[in-house]
Ligand binder design. Structure first.
Ligand SMILES: [Ca+2]
Ligand SMILES: [Ca+2]
Length: 298
């Protein structure tokens, strides 16, 4: 697989780069294509450029700079006070893992002498393309430190603001899928509903599944709803009073606890909303918690 590094790309080149993860770019020459009178296909996000800094490194999606309202509106069903006050956050572009970090990616870190040699249990569910679990916030730090060492790039966990911005993909609804979600779109416990919207499908997989099993959101990110909770860099704070508005991680507060986002396979759909927040101690290793890597650009 070719090594790609980040380039400043036009939308056309970006599609080319995306394909180049699989095939050489030359196959994508757009010239001489017959003019079609068929309706234009649904546009794919023009921002999706993929970075892969080494053969064992996760695929990273370039998330465009922008601004959004972080938190949930007062009327959102299932909202807790920790999701407010809603506030505008303006972010620089950054890169975020297309998927949760997998067991295969974690195990490559261990095989390369990183990650403190820690081999987390897979609960007997299997490793490979399932998201790594039983990793604490501290463990997650060892992985992004290894990526940074290996590639010379600035890998880290996403800030909580970056995570929510990326998860929303421009949406303001409880889920990036809209006012509801179903178990063909995400891995959560479908034996309970959300606001009688039909999220209760009766399906509960009772474990993680391979990352990327469901369609991506508008930014090309998979499993921002469910599968595993994802560690973010931020210290826990009980609400957003005083939170940074520049997309950086909140470095003060109850820093023995760190923020987890997105809900997991074991949770009701309510806990997989884009605005939902959870916190846990930085040492906690759980079968419902994992993470995805972020990278500062350039
Ligand atoms: Ca909550
Ligand atoms: Ca997730």
């Amino acid at each position: 697989m070719p090594r790609l590094s980040y380039l400043s790309v036009t939308p056309l080149l970006s599609a080319c780069l995306l394909v180049a993860v699989i095939t050489p770019c030359v196959a994508q020459a757009p010239a001489n294509r017959p003019v079609s009178t068929a309706p234009a296909p649904t546009p794919t996000p023009v921002t999706e450029a993929i970075i892969k800094d080494c053969s064992d490194c996760p695929e990273m999606v370039v998330i465009p700079a922008g601004s959004f309202m972080m938190g949930s509106p007062a009327g959102e069903v299932g909202r807790d006070a920790d999701e407010g006050p809603v506030h505008r956050v303006t972010l620089q572009q950054f890169a975020l893992g297309k998927t949760e970090v997998t067991f295969a990616q974690w195990d490559a870190c261990v095989a390369d002498g990183g990650c403190n040699g820690y081999r987390p249990s897979d609960q007997g569910w299997g490793r490979g393309t399932r998201p790594v679990i039983n990793v604490s916030w501290n463990d997650a730090q060892t992985y992004v430190q290894w990526l940074s060492r290996k590639t010379g790039k600035r890998y880290r966990l996403p800030s909580e603001a970056e995570w929510e911005y990326a998860a929303r993909g421009g949406t303001t609804t409880p889920f990036h899928t809209g006012n509801c979600v179903n178990t063909n779109q995400a891995n959560y416990d479908g034996t309970s509903d959300y606001n009688n919207c039909g999220a209760k499908t009766g399906q509960s997989r009772k474990q993680t599944i391979a990352v990327g099993s469901f369609p991506a959101n508008a930014y090309g990110l998979h499993d921002m709803i469910g599968n595993v909770w994802e560690w973010t860099q931020d210290c826990w704070n009980k609400d957003y009073s005083g939170a940074p508005t520049d997309g950086s991680a909140w470095k003060t507060g109850a820093c023995a606890q760190r923020v987890l986002r997105g809900g997991s396979w074991i949770n009701s759909p309510l806990l997989t909303r884009a605005a939902e927040r959870s916190g846990s101690t930085a040492e906690n290793r759980s079968f419902s918690n994992g993470f995805r890597a972020a990278r500062t650009l350039p």
